[in-house]
Design a binder for this molecule. Structure first.
Ligand code: PLP
Length: 452
C-alpha cells in the first residue's frame, strides 16, 4: 500500500479505511464474503497487463502461453469441483455470465438450426436479408424466470434490464401465502408461455430449489433449463446442496458468480453440458472483450480451496448459522419470511417495528451492522424503501462465528430496531408526516450495540 500511496495517497487511504470498516462492522450482506489472502494475491499482480482474447490455446493475441496454462488449469479445477461437463471461467461478473449463457443458448438452439437449413456455417457469409431474418428469430424467444420482487435477479428478465429487451420475458412468483416456490404453478405457467429458457436461481430466496422438478418442467415444455447459482455456488461446491438440489446435475447451463458463498475473487463462471460448450466458449468476443487473467488465476486458487474438506465444513456451518440466526430472530419475536431458511440467507420483515427496510438498514449500519434492505414478495413498500432486510451468514461464518454469536446478533438487531423511530418531517408539503427515509435513535443504544 505504501507504493499505492506514493502515487495516489487518496486511493491508499480509502483502501485502508475499507479494511478498517470491514474489520469494525459486522458483515451480514448475503452476497459478500472475505476471500483468502492467497486468492487476493493471485488477483493483484502483473497478469493484469496481458491481453488474451479468445480462449485457452485459441487466442487472437500473441504471447499467451502463461495465460493459456492458467485458464486451462482453472477450467479443469472448476469442472472437478462441480462435476461439470464443461466450464468457462472468463466472465467478469455474474451479469456477464448470464448474458453469455443467454447468447450461447440462443446461438445453439435458434441460430445454428437456421444456418444449417440455409446450408451455411458462418453468419458473416449471410446476406443482409437472411441475417435480418435470423435476428428477428433470436429476438422472438421467451425467457421464464423468478420475478425480481420474489427474489429473482435483475438479469432474469426484469423490465429495466437488457435481458428483458433481448427476450420476451415472463416471470413466476412465489406463493402469496407461503412465500415458497410452487412447482405446479410454475409448470402451468411454463405450459402457457412455452419459453426457450426456463431459469431457476435467485438473489433473495431463503429456501432450497428442487432442480429435478424444474428439469421435469423444462422437459415437459421443451425448454432449456438454466440455473443461476450466483448466490449458492459455495453450498453446491461444499456439498450441502446435493441430490435433487444440485443444479449441475440437472441444468443444461449453470451460471454463477465466484465471490459470494464460493468465497473467490469478484467474477463469473459458466458450467454447461457439452452441447453448449462451443458457443459458451465464444463469450469473448461475442459478449465480453479481453479476459482478466489475474482474476482467472484467483478463481483457480478459490476453486482449489473450495475442493478441500475444510470448505465442506464451512458450507455446512454457513447453513447451520443461517438457521440458528432465523430461529433466534423468531425467538426474539421478529418475523422471518417463510418461517426460516434452508440456505445462507434469511429475509426479515421489519414492518412490525414501525419502520421500513431502508430505515432499518441505515440504523443498523450506524450501530455497526452492515446488511441490505430487500423487498419482500408482493412488498407494498416497493424495491426502494422495502419492508424487509436480507441477512446472510457467509462472511460471519468465514470469521469463525457459530450459534452463540448468531443468537447475540439476533438480540442486537432486535434491540436496535426496537429503538428506531421514523422522524417527523418538519416542513414542506409532507410536514407532520413520518419520513420514509429518516429515523431517530438514542445515542446510548448505538453505543451499546457497537460495544456488543
Ligand atoms: N445473478 C444473481 C442471482 C445475483 O444475485 C447477482 C448479483 O448479485 C448476479 C447474477 C450479478 O452478479 P455481478 O454483480 O457479479 O454482476
Amino acid at each position: 500500500l505504501e507504493k499505492v500511496g506514493e502515487v495516489s495517497p487518496q486511493t491508499a487511504a480509502s483502501i485502508v479505511q475499507e479494511l478498517a470498516d470491514q474489520r469494525s462492522n459486522l458483515k451480514l450482506i448475503a452476497s459478500e464474503n472475505y476471500s483468502s489472502l492467497s486468492t487476493q494475491l493471485a488477483m493483484g499482480n502483473l497478469l493484469t497487463d496481458k491481453y488474451a482474447e479468445g480462449f485457452a490455446y485459441h487466442r487472437f493475441y500473441a504471447g499467451c502461453d502463461n495465460v493459456d496454462a492458467i485458464e486451462s488449469y482453472t477450467v479443469e479445477e472448476a469442472k472437478k469441483l462441480f462435476g461439470a461437463e464443461h466450464a468457462y471461467v472468463q466472465p467478469h461478473s455474474g451479469a456477464d455470465a448470464n448474458l453469455i449463457a443467454y447468447w450461447a443458448i440462443l446461438t445453439t438452439k435458434i441460430q445454428a438450426p437456421i444456418l444449417e437449413d440455409m446450408g451455411e456455417t458462418n453468419p458473416a457469409h449471410l446476406s443482409r436479408e437472411d441475417w435480418d431474418r435470423i435476428r428477428v428469430e433470436l429476438g422472438n424467444q421467451r425467457l421464464l424466470g423468478l420475478d425480481y420482487y420474489s427474489g429473482g435477479h435483475l438479469t432474469h428478465g426484469y423490465r429495466f434490464n437488457v435481458s428483458a429487451q433481448m427476450f420476451d420475458a415472463y416471470s413466476y412468483s412465489v406463493d402469496r401465502e407461503t412465500g415458497l416456490l410452487d412447482y405446479d404453478e410454475i409448470e402451468k405457467m411454463a405450459e402457457k408461455v412455452k419459453p426457450l429458457i426456463l431459469l431457476a436461481g435467485y438473489s433473495a430466496y431463503p429456501r432450497l430449489i428442487n432442480f429435478r422438478r424444474m428439469r421435469e418442467i423444462a422437459d415437459k415444455v421443451g425448454a432449456v433449463l438454466m440455473v443461476d447459482m450466483a448466490h449458492f455456488a459455495g453450498l453446491v461446491a461444499g456439498k450441502v446442496m446435493t441430490g435433487d438440489y444440485n443444479p449441475v446435475a440437472f441444468a443444461d447451463v449453470v451460471t454463477s458468480t465466484t465471490h459470494k458463498t464460493l468465497r473467490g475473487p469478484r467474477g463469473g463462471l459458466i458450467l454447461s453440458k457439452a452441447e453448449y460448450a462451443e458457443n459458451v466458449d465464444k463469450g469473448c468476443p461475442l459478449v465480453i472483450g479481453g479476459p482478466l487473467p489475474h482474476v482467472i488465476a484467483a478463481k483457480a486458487v478459490a476453486f482449489t480451496e473450495a475442493n478441500r474438506p475444510e470448505f465442506q465444513n464451512y458450507a455446512k456451518q454457513i447453513v447451520e448459522n443461517s438457521k440458528a440466526l432465523a430461529e433466534a430472530c423468531i425467538a426474539e419475536g421478529m418475523v422471518v419470511a417463510t418461517g426460516g431458511t434452508d440456505n445462507h440467507l434469511l429475509l426479515l420483515d421489519v414492518t412490525g417495528f414501525g419502520i421500513n427496510g431502508r430505515q432499518a438498514e441505515s440504523v443498523l449500519r450506524e450501530c455497526g451492522i452492515t446488511l441490505n434492505r430487500n423487498a419482500l414478495p408482493f412488498d407494498p413498500n416497493g424495491p426502494w424503501y422495502t419492508s424487509g432486510l436480507r441477512i446472510g451468514t457467509p462472511a460471519v461464518t468465514t470469521l469463525g462465528m457459530g450459534k452463540p454469536e448468531m443468537q447475540e446478533i439476533a438480540s442486537i438487531i432486535k434491540d436496535v430496531l426496537s429503538a428506531a423511530r421514523p422522524q417527523i418531517i418538519e416542513s414542506g408539503k409532507n410536514a407532520g408526516k413520518p419520513s420514509k427515509a429518516k429515523y431517530g435513535i438514542e445515542e446510548e443504544v448505538v453505543e451499546k450495540a457497537k460495544k456488543r
